[in-house]
Ligand binder design. Structure first.
Ligand code: SF4
Length: 365
């Protein structure tokens, strides 16, 4: 599975040019400036459980995560970090709250990026101490401002202007770090309310070139959380705002990565997976499109990104979609037509469809 040029059927040109931002380097992976919009996720294992965490990191990388965040919240996590860093197949980001000593330990362990929430990391002195260590190690810092944990000094503003409070908090923290000569930063302005995220990110983009990590925090379960996240992020990305995305779901984090790539490909920004076109089915449907499309989609994860497969339930739209795909089916009353590269390839009995279709998908590798 490799990333390739945007497939012509997905290239829609609806996004504004990317906003110019400064570039940061996360363990050899560039983010910001001309780099592609990066896709990331976070493990949900206990970080101290090295085997489980490494296993999930590998699953995320297979799905396309370009860096992976792990929480560093206790001594077991700190002790696990050196081995996680050594054995991970992608750069790791340490997520630290409340305890700046954990941040210092994570930097010493060799993490590639640090996420701190200055609202809860402690005094400015502690933030400066972390910045000095990060500068020595060449580790960028994401200032993760979150509506739910804004510092008390922004709470009054947040009552009337929540987006403004997020932006002001981020700018103040950036200034604190800049004051000690640390500019290797990214920022996230998160809320569980998509409208606040859109407003805050837009306003921040007008006044700063710091690269933005986009996300709706605590977005929800697989379906609702994906919809809410994409509602906010696609608005921003279409305006050229956003340098990395994380879709935060109460679900398997692999789904976060998949959803992020589907969003980026729909916007014409990146394409990681082959496209599976499937009809929604209706009373005319002649085969089990839902089950077939789900199986095809799993297999298609292994295909080159520029492939298109269509799974259509009847002859109304089936032949038309199939002709525009590398591989497509159009189901009739007794037989199913299989198209390859826009031409009718063969017809099969319904009972043979699943096995034949899977073989045909394999041939697209
Ligand atoms: S392709 Fe056929 S079965 Fe599928 S939604 Fe359209 S009319 Fe219904």
């Amino acid at each position: 599975m490799t990333e390739e040029n945007i497939n012509p059927v997905l290239r829609n040109g609806t996004c504004a040019p990317r906003r110019p931002t400064r570039s940061i380097n996360i363990g050899g992976i560039a983010m910001g400036a001309d780099a592609p919009v990066r896709v990331q996720s976070m493990t949900c294992t206990r970080t101290g459980d090295v085997e489980a965490t490494l296993g999930q990191i590998r699953e995320l990388v297979t799905a396309g995560a370009e860096f992976v965040r792990v929480t560093v919240n206790d001594s077991a996590a700190v002790e696990a970090l050196p081995r996680l860093v050594a054995e991970s197949n992608t750069p790791l980001v340490a997520d630290v709250h409340y305890d700046h000593k954990m941040a210092l330990a994570a930097i010493a362990a060799g993490i590639a990026k640090l996420r701190i929430n200055p609202g809860n990391i402690g005094s400015s002195d502690k933030v400066r101490e972390v910045a000095a260590a990060a500068a020595d190690a060449g580790v960028p810092i994401r200032i993760g401002v979150n509506r739910g944990s804004l510092h008390s000094r922004y709470q009054e503003l947040a009552m009337t202007d929540p987006a403004g409070a997020l932006v002001q908090s981020a700018l103040d923290e950036i200034e604190t770090l800049a004051g000690v000569g640390f500019n290797d930063v990214a920022v996230s302005l998160k809320s569980s309310h998509p409208g606040e995220v859109i407003e805050a990110c837009r306003r921040f983009a007008k006044v700063s070139d710091v690269p933005q990590h986009l996300g709706v925090t605590e977005a929800g379960t697989l379906l609702a959380g994906t919809a809410i996240s994409i509602a906010a992020m696609s608005v921003l990305l279409s305006e050229g705002i956003g340098d990395t995305v994380r879709i935060s779901l109460a679900a398997d984090p692999v789904e976060e990565v998949r959803a992020a790539y589907h969003m980026l490909s729909a916007l014409g920004l990146r394409q990681r997976y082959a496209r599976v076109v499937a009809c929604p089915t209706c009373g005319r449907v002649e085969v089990d499109v839902m089950a077939l499309a789900a199986k095809v989609e799993e297999l298609a994860l292994q295909l080159p990104a520029d492939r298109v497969i269509s799974v259509m339930g009847c002859i109304v739209n089936g032949p038309g979609e199939a002709k525009g795909a590398d591989l497509g089916i159009a189901a009739g009353k007794t037989k199913v037509a299989i198209y390859r590269q826009g031409k009718l390839h063969r017809t099969v009995d319904k009972k043979d469809l699943e096995s034949v279709l899977m073989e045909e998908v394999e041939r697209l590798k």
